[in-house]
Design a protein around this ligand. Structure first.
Ligand SMILES: [Zn+2]
Length: 371
């Protein structure tokens, strides 16, 4: 099989859009796996942009699980269908795990749940991983039209609908993104991710007939991008870092906004390392723009320990390392001249330089590894 030449973002983007366009999907798995691959790519942009990059399948499974984690909560008294089939293994498995690790009366972050029952967490990773290779990873690149049968992201010739774990492990428990694909996906991420999520909301709406056109905030429920989802960290942020806007130092009251420094449309990081208090005007003006690097640096300079301590007090994830790796990938993959948010109504063009992040060493614990 011939390996495609280093990925051209435009061609790759067209291929991926054809995945979106390919009509009624049985389940939302393809969308989930694509969003997970985009987030992975942003966080793993190689030094040499033309390199091939390995994606560990446990890591990919965990990313997919974290996408479904919020979605398996009841919405308006219903468990939302993610498939036209009666059972959907991935959300069903995630829901069982959520139930087994729940705290009464509050949402449990996935990494807290994983610590609570690591054995069951590993079982879930294994189960989800197998479904991923049998279904969406195996079928993702088989889009109708001119691309049928040709892989453009990774070699999938060894996958099949009936394959077992032995084959997955024999293949190194990974897929390898073709040369240049990781960088191209990171570049495309801010364009494609919102489109994938719109398609996802639309799919869920169609698979759940009780949802009519004007259901309140289905998107917020599925993706946790409503401000309501971030109310719990607000008090902790005020307590730890004071009641001021992170960007302009204005005093903020108890109804301050909680802002994701790296915007949610680029990377879905809800960990406290990515959260700050913002006054409504800064929050609105910043919107989904990439902030100036100084803001990210200041957010990290609040310190790993104080952030971790504050997060622990409300049982909230930290994700310090994800902020570091994502920032590196985001700034490295934006075209020069992209708009950068400096402060309220101050936007400038980006200059490429991300050496400033090199001082932040990343030491990622592999939560799915056997003890
Ligand atoms: Zn402000």
């Amino acid at each position: 099989m011939s390996i495609p030449s280093p990925a051209d973002p435009l061609t790759l983007g067209q291929h991926l859009v054809s995945v979106l366009d390919s009509g009624a999907r049985v389940a939302t798995y393809k969308l989930a796996v694509l969003v997970a691959l985009l987030e992975f790519s942003v966080e793993n942009v190689p030094e040499d942009h033309g390199s091939a990059v390995d994606v560990d399948l446990d890591d990919l499974a965990e990313r997919v699980i974290s996408l479904y984690w919020r979605q398996v909560r009841d919405f308006d008294g219903h468990y939302l269908r993610q498939s036209t089939q009666a059972r959907a293994t991935i959300p069903d498995t995630v829901r069982e795990f959520a139930r087994a690790t729940a705290t009464a009366g509050r949402e449990t972050p996935l990494d807290t749940a994983a610590r609570r029952n690591p054995g069951l967490f590993r079982e879930m990773i294994k189960k989800v991983k197998l479904v991923l290779v049998q279904q969406p990873l195996h079928r993702l690149q088989r889009v109708p039209g001119g691309y049928a049968g040709k892989s453009f992201l990774y070699d999938d010739s060894w996958m099949s609908a009936k394959m077992g774990m032995t084959t997955v492990l024999a293949r190194g428990n990974r897929i390898t993104l073709y040369p240049g694909v990781c960088f191209a996906l990171a570049r495309l991420s801010s364009l494609l991710k919102p489109a994938l999520m719109l398609a996802w909301v639309d799919d869920v709406r169609r698979k759940n007939t009780f949802l009519d056109g004007d259901v309140p905030d289905l998107e917020g429920h599925l993706f946790g991008n409503s401000r309501i989802a971030l109310i719990r960290p607000r008090a902790a942020l005020i307590e730890a870092f004071g009641p001021t806007c992170f960007y302009c130092s204005t005093c903020v009251g108890p109804d301050a906004h909680v802002d994701r420094v790296l915007p949610w449309s680029r990377v879905g990081i809800d960990g406290l390392a990515n959260l700050v208090l913002a006054c409504p005007s800064c929050n609105t003006s910043k919107s989904q723009l990439l902030p100036a690097r100084s803001h990210v640096l200041r957010a990290l300079d609040r310190g790993r320990d104080p952030i971790t301590e504050s997060a622990a007090s409300i049982d909230w994830p930290v994700q310090f390392d994800r902020v570091v790796t994502s920032a590196r990938g985001l700034y490295a993959s934006q075209p020069e001249g992209s708009p950068i948010w400096l402060g309220r109504n101050k936007i400038t063009a980006m200059q490429v330089d991300f050496s400033w992040l090199n001082g932040y060493r990343v030491d990622l614990p592999n939560i799915a590894a056997p003890e």
